[in-house]
Design a protein around this ligand. Sequence first.
Ligand SMILES: [Zn+2]
Length: 138
Amino acid sequence: MGATLRVLGSRGNSVCIRCGTFKAEFQAKCPNCSFTPETDAEIAQSRVLGPLYSFALGEDGGTVDTGRADAELQAISFQIRSGKPYEFPSEELAGVLAVYQAVQKDSPRQVWLTMAPLFIGALVVLGGLGYLIYAWPK
Ligand SMILES: [Zn+2]
């Protein structure tokens, strides 16, 4: 899943969902309107207007295909710049959102796994201490 996070943040042409300006990375601050995608929905929308990619999702081998080819991004950029907001396919958007939320959910678990030996160590020490106190001859 760590790989998914890197891919979700992959560099390549992306279009600002607000003003249609091209930027190098979909989560980056727009050089034109200063818009930075922050909510899950904004980040998912921004990823749709980024490089083509097929994300693996879940354990049943399902994939979420998203992103736009460069020529398509050019057209979308032009459309947004001329004042017409891009209509995101709701199914695709929901898929990207699911990938993004799965990636986010995964990170704390990674941290927890790294921390676990420390916690177990502390529990063993505490348990040993408890046993000593319990078994102390009266
Ligand atoms: Zn912008």
